[in-house]
Design a protein around this ligand. Sequence first.
Ligand code: SF4
Length: 440
Amino acid sequence: MKKPRIGIVTLGCPKNATDTEVMLGLLNKEGFQVTFDNDEADICLVNTCAFIEDARKESVRALVEMSAEGKEIVITGCLAQHFKEELLAEIPEARAVVGTGDIGKIVDVVKAISEDSSLRVVEVSDVPNDHDQTVLPRLSIGMGASAYLKIAEGCDHNCSFCIIPILRGRFRSRTIESLVKEASWLVSQGIREIILISQDSTYYGLDIYNRMALADLLRALHEIEGLEWLRIMYFYPTEANDELLETIASLPKVVKYVDIPLQHSHPEILSAMARPQHPEKVIERIRKKIPDCAIRSTFIVGFPGETEEHFEHLAAFIEKHRLDRLGVFTYSKQMEVPSGHMDNQLPEKTKKARRKRLMEIQHQISTERNQALVGREIDVLIETYNEQKNLYVGRSQWDAPEVDNLVYIKDADGDCIIGDFAKVKVEEAKPYDLIGSVVG
Ligand code: SF4
């Protein structure tokens, strides 16, 4: 019997993207043909996101589109974890629903539905607390010379606005041994930058080694020959200890970049969010311990009960601390978590206006920070070539893929190679991009 061809739609965060790569890797290893053209697919795997309302809508839209095209669908990811019954009832084309802790079962699920056309399968563990240290195969869905490495799953915090612990379960670290093995394999496939991801990377190791062990993991990964850049995504404010910051400062391959969601600055809002107080302290410590470090953070505006005074506190905090990279989200109400039941929910109009104001402040900060780089020579990882502008496009160590700035490179002598590094002299600065030429 001919095996069905598998198409893919992947939504949401990088953690979801690595799950997609693992599921495709497992299917590919079992002889299923994977296609990136969904018109050719017999079964389409839709890996969904349910983090905030907009993400849920986007996931539902993708499912509706696939079913309108008459595709058979396997629904995976956070929406599948949370709404398994509803999805099966509402979407007749859904042949299977697979939870966030069950992606290792994808081959059995696809085999079962392709052998019996009347079968509908549900593989969703009530609590997604799988703990598998096996290095699973991965099929790249295209990040060039960079790859994400998921060091842990789930989260042990209880931020009052966040549904992740419900969707992804308790925090489960993978062992250093298993991560070094997977990272070495990625590097052997041509990967130059590895980006460590999880819900809270600074918590790494506490569950399996009884101590926060991210510094040990960094030292172990640093030994991998051929690896050039190691990036960490998502610090938790109270866990960025001195040992970790000093390790980042001392290891040349670890990029000087800290991504630390702070969410707010006002003590009352932080307390309502169940987040740590005094976010300014961690910023000061990072700047002291890691010279020339870019700090990225994200904030939520329009949290229930956020008054003008609370918001002005946040605006002043952002003006004062001048973070290098900033993301601002409007609060998204979800009834599964405590903040959904709090009084004084704010109108969307207020949330959007507050977001706009913070982004305007950041626009000026970002312009000034970029202008300070003019004249400097920086290493850039080349990612694409823009034919229209006749420029190569890459990233500096201070920029993560998909969320941060780009460097546009004039290359008169043909020195740039996609997937390789170039030394670039910065000649021009835009608010969110740099322009320069290859040197040396
Ligand atoms: S630390 Fe992050 S993932 Fe964990 S509960 Fe808080 S916001 Fe959610």
